[in-house]
Design a protein around this ligand. Sequence first.
Ligand SMILES: Nc1nc2c(c(=O)[nH]1)N[C@H]1C(S)=C(S)[C@@H](COP(=O)(O)O)O[C@H]1N2
Ligand SMILES: [Mo]
Length: 165
Amino acid sequence: MTDLETHEVPASVSTDDWRLQITGAVERPRQYTEGEIRESRLETFTQDFECVEGWVATGLDWKGVRVGTLLDEADPVDEGYGLVRSMDEGYACSFRLDRLRDAVVALEVDGEALPVEHGGPARLVPTDDGRDCWESVKWVTEIQISEEEPTKDDTASDIALSRID
Ligand SMILES: Nc1nc2c(c(=O)[nH]1)N[C@H]1C(S)=C(S)[C@@H](COP(=O)(O)O)O[C@H]1N2
Ligand SMILES: [Mo]
């Protein structure tokens, strides 16, 4: 199917009882099952994926829910940040909320349920031109909203960069 590279699935990843939580500086903390997300308005778009290591996967067809659609239900602070956490222990990326709203929590790629080796059940797919490969967070479990910017220690740029060969 896709020409994404296939990496090892970390031992901490388990797809049983998967939930996506929206927590922190929100009026209504939310928790979604995959089925509940599928009841939202799902969007599709085509995108190339480019890793800083030098490989490119072209023309991926993603399907999922716009993060802004989920945030509207949670009612977060007007301006702030979202720390996107993964089952891959310690892996997280921080986004300004306005940028995060346009990203998609993808459940499908190229017409099939997202395989676990590519971040299934759900992966964050940023949509802006300035996105970096490590911001496409596989195995997303939580979007934690805050008014203060998360520190570098909270985020995965160091982890991601340390994995680059
Ligand atoms: N949870 C998690 N997400 C992650 C990573 C990771 O190690 N853990 N690696 C990132 C990097 S650097 C890349 S290039 C892509 C790789 O996606 P793929 O394994 O589907 O090819 O996932 C990104 N998302
Ligand atoms: Mo990457």
